[in-house]
Design a protein around this ligand. Sequence first.
Ligand code: FES
Length: 158
Amino acid sequence: MAQNVNMFGKRSSPEPVTRRGFLQWALGTAFVATISGVVIPIIGYLWPPARRGAGGASRLLVGPAKDLPVGQAKVLPVNDKPVIVVNTAQGGIKAFSAICTHLGCVVEWHQSKQYILCPCHDGRFNAVTGAVISGPPPSALPAVRVSVENGDIYVGGA
Ligand code: FES
């Protein structure tokens, strides 16, 4: 009878794979794969990866302050959430969450009226304070930290 030599140089005779052994191995593998497919998403749901809200710990360079003249605004994503940055005549550069506090539409800048407008239900917000001027929004737009350093505008950060 032929004998095999394993990687340690020892002779061993091969064990025949039985149908029962193969089925047990296949069922065990399928069981582990099924359990993993159920348990891993549950763990991911219960302990999601940490995400930061708008204005969280990550700081984003908006661009040179000279590119945002008084009376202009821009909406940009900060930590996956839209933020509106406005250069106001009264209060300088301000930043707010661009998610309307009514039903969550993204607000925009109303250039000629100089206020922040929610196009969904005509909600209007003060560009200096974020307070509701009119419309259905129940509360002001949350302020986001904004700073100007060496002529550049940054939003977010702790
Ligand atoms: S979602 Fe903004 S006013 Fe309704």
